[in-house]
Design a binder for this molecule. Sequence first.
Ligand code: SF4
Length: 555
Amino acid sequence: MLHAKGSLLTVDVSDRTATRTEIDDVLEQFVGGRAVATALAHDRIPFDADPFGPENRVYLSTGPLQQSQMSFTGRMNMTGLSPLTDGLVSTNAGGYLSREFTGAGLSTFELVGESDEPLLIHVTDDGVEFEEVPELSGALVPEVSEYVAETRDLGPENCIAIGPAGENLVRFASVMTFNSRAFGRGGLGAVLGSKNVKGVTFSGDAEPSVEVPNSPAMDIHREAATSDDIRKRQGTTAGTELKNEKFSLPTRYFSEMSFEEIDSIDGDAVEEKKYKKGSCSACAFACKLPLRDEETGFETEGPEFETLYSFGSNQGVGDLLDIMKANELCDTLGMDTVSAGVTVAAYLASEDEFGNAELAQEITEKIAYRDGIGDLLAEGVDRCHDELGVENWSVKGLEFPAHDGRVIQGQGLSYSVANRGADHMYSVILRLEYAGEIDPKGTLGKAETLIEMEDHSAFRDTGIVCAFGDGYVTDEYLAELFGADYEELLAVGAETVIRERHFNNKRGFDRADDRLPYELPDLDAAIEEYYEARGWNEDGTVPEAAVEPVVTPAD
Ligand code: SF4
């Protein structure tokens, strides 16, 4: 099977050592991206690790397709023990980093330890340099990029960085690349913060030899370039109105399911403010959204659909410029817009202040600095809802995205069992429900489909293919690209889901954590169906015999 090539680079910031290890066996078995990172994390992060302790590890990894010129491949995977969910999370960001990363000769980067000084780490194909950067304490994400440009002549595409939120251990802090692209969900930015690592740069001229078949790669690239898909103009915001019509757009902290001011924040409104094209490396689909408000001159990249919901409908805010400002705050301060927006919405609910965008932005900033009420909110909804006196709209500590599971109920089932918690990208069964390919109502009888979608998504994050590639990189194309049966690809995905679950079981997660804050018909029976189809125990744990140990080299 096609797989990533390149070394594993382990950087221990406690003693400032760097070790390159060849992991060909692991790459052959797990391909790249999320599967490789999860296998390593499962082996090498102690089951009882403190997410903020030096023993936690963060992995950055590519798949084999990142060495091709095919569209939908400008993304990378990040994995680690989450301070928000307390389990393993993987998160995925676009941008231009993947080509710089492979240029440094790597398939996988592993960060462990804890530095006593703020550090930038510079990785090239020649070696690793540790730079103490006390002057960057408190720096915004773009300020880190500016520093790297001035001192190293490197661009934001060479860089991952955290903002003040990561330094202040906000549990949903993101790791940013290219200034505006976020490894968003699960708070791995706070893990970098706990290690006193402000950022890492990657550069070099290495060219690991991965031979991606020209056909179908060129066909996919051509289709991406020539299609008139509305998402090329409106990105993820293209379906905003449809979700609203289907009563699947949570509004005013989940108390309603559609938003009356939708016209001012939907995909058309976003497209009106788009002033140029935006993309990820090698991607002709170019779905990103550089926006400018002509009246004020305010610019930001995004908001994506999830931010229109989290800082828009769910806060009762119907002014796109306000959402753009909140989006920019999250990017520069380094926070996941979904968790931050939902947490701010919880605060607005507690204060009866829906629609107060100025207050929302003020609170967003306070969260990043743990200032006043921001200190409580920086813990996330699961940990602060009691004190606020609002409902707990999270699963396993992860705040809900849009795509309301009360309406698309297979997606609700997905939220309940996902190892990552309430994350719409974990299975994307929502697509079948929106399209009417399966009845959105009901949870029973959906387990097999859900499992296939979870395994597909896990492999997609392993390959790595952008989720927007799904109508273009068909299952048949995927099998051709990787030189394997589609079933074999799903098996790699399944291995990853099992390892995540097993790791989380060892930390105490079981059936009691597969819950929702709302009732769904037959949910308990559907969860049992899911466990049975997965071959798991009735208490939601993975049988020990199902997890083959991966012997990874000692670091
Ligand atoms: S489709 Fe959009 S998000 Fe995906 S790789 Fe292309 S530009 Fe990036």
